[in-house]
Design a protein. Structure first.
Length: 194
C-alpha cells in the first residue's frame, strides 16, 4: 500500500531537508563550522522520520507511535538549486523594494493628510473668529441703535428758536404741531382753541 501524504506534510518534510542542507552552507558563509548530522556525514543523505504530525531526524521516542522514514532527498540538480536560490534572492530584493516604495507612499500620504487637516483646522478657526467678530459687530450696532432711540429730546439753548417756537413769516401759515392741551381742573371752563 502506498503512503499518501498531505501537501502540508510534504512541505514540512522538504523544509526539514532544505534546512539540513542549507545549515552547513549558511554557517560556512558566516565563517563558522557546522557539525554535520550523523546521516549527513555517512553519505550526504539525511533521514527524516514522521512521528504522528511532527517530523524529526531521530526516530520517535514514543513506542506507541510508529516512526516512518520519509524520503526528503532533493531530486534537483545543483544548477536547479542554484537557480532556485537566485530566484528567491531576486524575489526577496523585489519584495524589499516594494515594501520601501509602499512605506514611502504611505508616509507621503500621511504627511499630505496631516497638512490638509492642519489647513482645514486653521480655516475653521479663522471662520469661527470671523463669525465671532461679525456677531460682536452686529451686537454693537444693535446697541448703538437702541441708544439712539432712547435719547430724549433736548431743549434748545436759550436764544435759539426752532420751527415750533419761531413766529410765522408774514403771510405764511404756522406749521401744524401737535401740542397737547393743558390740563383742566374739574369744573373749569375748557381752554380756548387757537
Amino acid at each position: 500500500m502506498a503512503n499518501h501524504f498531505s501537501a502540508a506534510a510534504c512541505a514540512a518534510a522538504l523544509a526539514c531537508a532544505a534546512l539540513s542542507t542549507l545549515a552547513p552552507e549558511a554557517a560556512q558563509a558566516q565563517g563558522q563550522t557546522a557539525t554535520p548530522t550523523p546521516a549527513q556525514s555517512a553519505g550526504g543523505k539525511s533521514t527524516v522520520y514522521r512521528c504522528g504530525n511532527s517530523y524529526s531526524q531521530v526516530p520517535c521516542a514514543d513506542a506507541a507511535i510508529p516512526a516512518r522514514a520519509v524520503d526528503v532527498d532533493d531530486p534537483r540538480s545543483p544548477e536547479q538549486v542554484q537557480a532556485a536560490r537566485e530566484a528567491a534572492r531576486r524575489d526577496a530584493e523585489a519584495a524589499r523594494g516594494l515594501q520601501t516604495e509602499r512605506e514611502k507612499r504611505e508616509r507621503e500620504e500621511r504627511e499630505a493628510r496631516e497638512k490638509r487637516d492642519r489647513a482645514n483646522a486653521k480655516a475653521q478657526a479663522e471662520a469661527a473668529a470671523q463669525a465671532r467678530a461679525a456677531e460682536r459687530a452686529a451686537i454693537a450696532e444693535q446697541q448703538r441703535r437702541e441708544r439712539e432711540m432712547i435719547v430724549l429730546p433736548r431743549k434748545p439753548p436759550t436764544g435759539v428758536q426752532n420751527d415750533a417756537t419761531k413766529p410765522p413769516a408774514p403771510g405764511a401759515s404756522r406749521p401744524f404741531t401737535a401740542v397737547s392741551p393743558p390740563p383742566t381742573r374739574p369744573g373749569a371752563a375748557p381752554a380756548p382753541q387757537r
